[in-house]
Design a protein around this ligand. Sequence first.
Ligand code: CTP
Length: 225
Amino acid sequence: MSLSAGPDPTINGLHVVVTAGGTREPIDPVRFIGNRSSGKMGNELAAAAIRQGATVTLVTAAAAPSQQPGLRVVAVETAAEMHAAVRAALADARVLIMAAAVADWRPREVAQNKLKKGADTLTLELVPTVDILRALRAEDAAAGVFVVGFAAETEHVIDNARAKLDAKHLDLVVVNDVSQEGIGMGADDNEVTVIGRDGTLETIARAPKSVVADAIVRIIASRLR
Ligand code: CTP
């Protein structure tokens, strides 16, 4: 596999949708349920796809990267907003890369006013958020789109990632072991294994996320051929 820079003829001119960051599920006007995702991996994937000639819609729940030609940013907060934005962006897309850490739970009720201290305990009732990848399949919104999911795992890393590939009908899954220090969520580096539907397994050694992103996009391009 070549890691050299420069447009990839397969991906050049295609529309790629990338999600980034951790969704925020509101509790009240000032509080939310969130996670440690920084949005760096998604931002680097967007930049890598642009370097390789794609136009990118970045649907992000994190701070947006600076503007650049070929990049359209859609800012979202919740899983439901991300779902709607991705569905809209997929209309003419060829590839979806779901790098976002979508919250799995949201408060059933969002308080209109700021919750006040006072009681000794506070119980929040949580309900599942929409599973965006499953919902897009169910709505047939991803027909003809090459879908790449991410899996953040702490045990049985490869087996769990394979199970997600099947359950979410992914074309590729990019898995990282988030129990390791210094890589993955929030970190500057990553080390991932890319698993294909056909069972192929490619490991990308620990490197800055920009380098890992270039390698992932090149693997995606090779599968589009
Ligand atoms: N994902 C999604 N919608 C959700 C949760 C996750 O589309 N509500 C996507 C993520 O963007 C990622 C993939 O599904 O590409 C796997 O996410 P992950 O959090 O690892 O898996 P979950 O399905 O949430 O399963 P679990 O948390 O039980 O491991």
